[in-house]
Ligand binder design. Structure first.
Ligand SMILES: [Zn+2]
Length: 135
C-alpha cells in the first residue's frame, strides 16, 4: 500500500487525516464556490474541529500576506530599479494581495489543519483508493 506524500496532499488541499478527500468545493478562483466541506468526503472528518476554529486561520493568512508583501516589495525594487514612488509599491502590494487572496484563504486553512492542529493526525489505513466513504 503506497502512502500519499504529505506535501502532495497539502498542495492539492486534501484532507489531513486520509489525504484523499477534497477539503474545498469548486476551483480556487471560481466565484462563490470557494468553500470548505463540512466533512471529508472520503473519511468523514469534521474539518471545523470546534465552533470558530477557522478564526485561527486568520493568523496564518496574516503571516502569508506579510511574506507575500515583502516578496512583492523586493521584486518591485529589483525590477523597477529603485524608483522612489510610494504609489508604485502601494499599488503593486494591493494588487498582489488581492490576486493572492484565494490562495491565502485555502492554504491558511490547510496549514492550520496540517501543522497547527495536534488533534488531527494522518491515518494510513484510510489512505486507500476505495471510493466508499467511511461513515
Ligand atoms: Zn479525509
Amino acid at each position: 500500500m503506497s502512502q500519499t506524500p504529505k506535501s502532495w496532499a497539502m498542495l492539492h488541499t486534501k484532507c489531513p487525516r486520509c489525504r484523499r478527500g477534497d477539503m474545498f468545493t469548486g476551483g480556487m478562483y471560481s466565484f462563490g464556490f470557494n468553500k470548505i466541506h463540512q466533512h471529508c468526503p472520503h473519511c468523514n472528518l469534521h474539518f471545523e474541529i470546534e465552533p470558530g476554529y477557522f478564526y485561527a486561520a486568520m493568523y496564518v493568512s496574516y503571516a502569508l500576506n506579510v511574506a507575500e508583501a515583502l516578496t512583492i516589495v523586493a521584486a518591485t525594487y529589483i525590477f523597477s530599479h529603485n524608483i522612489d514612488s510610494p504609489w508604485l509599491y502601494t499599488g503593486v502590494i494591493l494588487a498582489g494581495c488581492i490576486l493572492l487572496s484565494p490562495i491565502n484563504f485555502r492554504y491558511s486553512r490547510v496549514l492550520l489543519l496540517y501543522w497547527l492542529s495536534p488533534k488531527i493526525n494522518y491515518q494510513p489505513h484510510l489512505d486507500i483508493d476505495d471510493t466508499t466513504p467511511y461513515l
